[in-house]
Design a protein around this ligand. Structure first.
Ligand SMILES: C[S@@+](CC[C@H](N)C(=O)[O-])C[C@H]1O[C@@H](n2cnc3c(N)ncnc32)[C@H](O)[C@@H]1O
Length: 251
């Protein structure tokens, strides 16, 4: 069923549809968390940040040439043609979402939730109008949509940027909104092997710029799930000397 603005809003509850090319003006805005304003203003909040970082070569450089590989690993996990309802938690720079959109089945839908209107607007500028896609302002750790309402949830390089309590909320929400048997695909940093040539550099980068990222080196991502919540299956793969991981959870 084509996703109109009003049905998208109904799907996500109180969150506002802010940036789909066919969407209404913002309303009921969700407050911007302090960690984004204080720690990541330079990467996501400031308008100059969007102009600076929205370059595929730069995103690829930040991931040491692994952007395409990680993006395609996430997309392939969701399928060549993606049926049902898909949620992507948080916008990303680069072409992940445009490529995800191309895989959405004619009767499927894609909801992208991000807390920053500027990021949603940037994503809208990279996407052609598409009734199956809704760009929604909302907090990944407190989604205002019903339980068991998505067939798949994608979380791409979001968790390392969230303080532990927000990360816990995001993962709990991903499990809550996924249907039983639904898939949650997570791609993010991971503790590299001891001799990794970039280990020292990444430690410095995390210390200076990404204060919550080391958590993903020191813990399995499942450790941030509420104790009572367990995926029925977990598949984990790492690549590039263990610096990156892809997790697939089946709810
Ligand atoms: C997915 S992460 C970073 C991904 C990657 N480094 C890239 O290339 O963009 C960045 C996005 O997460 C969003 N974000 C951070 N915390 C959020 C939250 N609690 N709820 C929804 N979106 C959030 C930010 O607004 C930003 O657009």
């Amino acid at each position: 069923m084509p996703l109109s603005v009003s049905s998208a809003e109904a799907a996500i509850g109180a969150a506002a549809v802010v940036a789909a090319p066919f969407a209404a003006a913002p309303r009921g805005a969700v407050p911007i968390p302090r960690y984004l304003e204080q720690v990541y203003w330079w990467a996501y909040v400031h308008p100059k940040a969007v102009r600076l970082f929205e370059r595929e070569w730069l995103v690829n450089l930040i991931l040491f040439g692994n952007y395409g590989r990680l993006r395609d690993a996430a997309l392939d996990e969701l399928g060549e043609t993606i049926s049902g309802r898909t949620m992507q938690l948080a916008c990303v720079y680069g072409n992940l979402t445009p490529k995800l959109r191309q895989r959405i089945a004619p009767d499927g839908s894609l909801d992208v939730v991000d807390i920053l209107p500027i990021q949603l607007q940037n994503l809208a500028s990279k996407m052609p109008p598409d009734e199956r896609v809704a760009l929604l302002q909302g907090d990944s750790s407190s989604l205002a949509c019903p339980d068991a309402s998505y067939d798949q949830v994608l979380i791409f390089f979001l968790l390392h940027e969230q303080p532990a309590h927000v990360r816990r909320g995001t993962l709990a929400e991903a499990m809550r909104v996924a249907k039983p048997g639904g898939k949650i695909v997570i791609v993010d940093y991971h503790r590299p092997v001891r001799w990794h040539p970039l280990r020292l550099l990444m430690t410095g980068v995390f210390r200076k710029l990404e204060p919550y990222a080391m958590d993903l080196w020191n813990n399995e991502i499942e450790a941030f799930l509420p104790r009572r919540v367990k995926p029925t299956s977990v598949t984990k793969e790492t690549c590039f000397g263990g610096l990156y991981q892809k997790l697939v959870w089946i709810r």
